[in-house]
Write a protein that binds this ligand. Structure first.
Ligand code: ARG
Length: 460
């Protein structure tokens, strides 16, 4: 008989059991469920709602169940519907009638809200830790490459010379924002819904502040009706992961491009590359491709839950049970993607020479010529026009702009003089403005990220 079977005269249809059950996936919440139940029963005892003796019996039974689950000895039965019922039923089997008192002043609605929320909160922290490790790799790559010149691009066309360090720090910036988002979500959602009961609170003299403290929350949630139907914490982590994956996908796309024979800016290590089953010569960038691919799933999971939630009247509705699988999927794929991205970056070879060679195509220092003319008092628009003519001359001679002689340039505009130096180093080193690509500017950025990491590692 179901724990809720009192008003029913027939057994549920077998197909209903399968359709209705969340047990196959919410098993994952067993630890949060047991911890929540221990905190709840201890609070019930300290409020005199059950006896201390009963609370101890309940705790012992719950710890026994935890052991059974962890040792693979727990008997899972889909007709128990979910992890909450499975554990409660086993508790009653183990300790008898006292087990039936555990659910006093509680409902599965606040129970699932507290379990799932705590599971998600822990994952926010796990992501933030992983992201810091990834940022460390970007900093290391940056430190090794402040003088490594590569073509900076817009529209995937050569634009201006930048350092590879600078490019890596662009990603450090993105992932730092991701880190902050996971921490923000943790702080905003670290509130306790336990004790909200079905939707309206409870007539029992419970103390929600006690379970709040026991479970490590900052405070109890303020409105029970909201608390049992709120899944913002789940949506937030789904969004955080979607955004994180979008950033991971962008660097992945670059790794795919950079590891082609056309670019050859990096060589991915054998450890993190795969072969082709038919073409023996191939080494494929499956890791970044998979990260790029999994990003689609992360977006899908976010959209799915937003859609589940959008039409729900207050308070709990069974639709909400659909909140878990997408979150579990995004968390699993997000964590492994960040881990493997980190290793791929750590082990790849940076082909500095090829990056430099690539800068010799595409007239990367054209803006420098225009800026030079501006310094001579020529309005920027006019300087732009003159530079355009110089580029056309270089194109007609099939050389790079930086290879034209001063004499050749003088024929275009006589104000061009010997003090002009269009080499790549000059161009990059001159962009010293705050946040720019010059090595001295990049060193400040490295210091900024190192300080950030130090502060945030010290906090733990
Ligand atoms: N398995 C359910 C879920 O994940 C637990 C809450 C069930 N509550 C209820 N009133 N049926 O949402």
């Amino acid at each position: 008989m179901k724990l809720w079977g009192g008003r029913f005269s027939k057994q549920a249809a077998k197909i209903l059991d399968e359709f209705n059950a969340s047990l196959p996936f919410d098993k994952k919440l067993y630890l949060e469920d047991i911890e929540g139940s221990i905190a709840h029963s201890q609070m019930l005892a300290s409020q005199g709602i059950i006896t201390q003796d009963e609370a101890e019996k309940i705790k012992k039974g719950l710890l026994q169940i935890k052991k059974e689950i962890e040792e693979g000895k727990f008997h899972w039965d889909i007709s128990d519907e979910d992890i909450h019922m499975a554990i409660e039923k086993r508790l009653i089997e183990l300790i008898g009638d006292t087990g039936k008192k555990l659910h006093t002043a509680r409902s599965r609605n606040d129970q699932v809200a507290v379990d799932f929320r705590r599971w998600v909160l822990k994952r926010n922290i796990e992501f933030s830790e992983k992201i810091k490790e990834l940022i460390e790799v970007f900093i290391k790559l940056a430190k090794e490459n402040t003088d490594t010149i590569m073509p900076g691009m817009t529209h995937l066309q050569h634009a201006q010379p930048i350092s590879f360090a600078y490019h890596m720090l662009a990603y450090a910036s993105m992932f730092k924002r991701d880190y902050e988002r996971f921490i923000d979500s943790f702080n905003r959602n670290n509130k306790n819904p336990l004790g909200c009961a079905a939707l309206a609170g409870t007539p029992h003299p419970i103390d929600r502040f006690k379970t709040t403290k026991a479970l490590g929350f900052d405070e109890p949630t303020i409105n029970c009706l909201d608390s049992v139907s709120d899944r913002d914490f789940a949506l937030e982590i789904l969004f955080n992961i979607a955004m994180l994956m979008m950033h991971a996908s962008r660097i992945s796309e670059e790794l795919v491009l950079w590891s082609t024979s056309e670019f050859s800016f990096v060589t991915l290590s054998d450890e993190y590359s795969t072969g082709s089953s038919i073409m023996p010569q191939k080494k494929n960038p499956d890791v970044p491709e998979l990260i790029r691919g999994k990003t689609g799933r992360a977006y899908g999971n976010l959209m799915a839950l937003l859609t589940v939630m959008k039409g729900l009247p207050l308070a709990y509705n069974k639709d909400t049970q659909e909140d878990k699988e997408g979150v579990f999927d995004s968390v699993k794929n997000g964590l492994i993607s960040i881990e493997i991205l980190k290793e791929t970056l750590k082990t790849m070879k940076v082909n500095k020479g090829n990056m430099y060679k690539a800068c010799k195509k595409g007239h990367l220092t054209a803006t420098d010529l225009a800026d030079y003319l501006v310094k001579k008092g020529i309005p920027f628009r006019e300087a732009h026009h003159i530079t355009g003519k110089a580029v056309a001359l270089a194109e007609s001679k099939v050389v790079d702009l930086s290879d034209l002689s001063i004499e050749e340039l003088k024929q275009i505009d006589e104000r061009i003089d010997k003090d002009l130096d269009l080499c790549l180093e000059n161009s990059m080193n001159s962009r010293k403005s705050f946040g720019g690509t010059a090595p001295e500017s990049v060193k400040k950025q490295i210091e900024y990220f190192e300080k950030f990491l130090k502060e945030h590692n010290d906090k733990n």
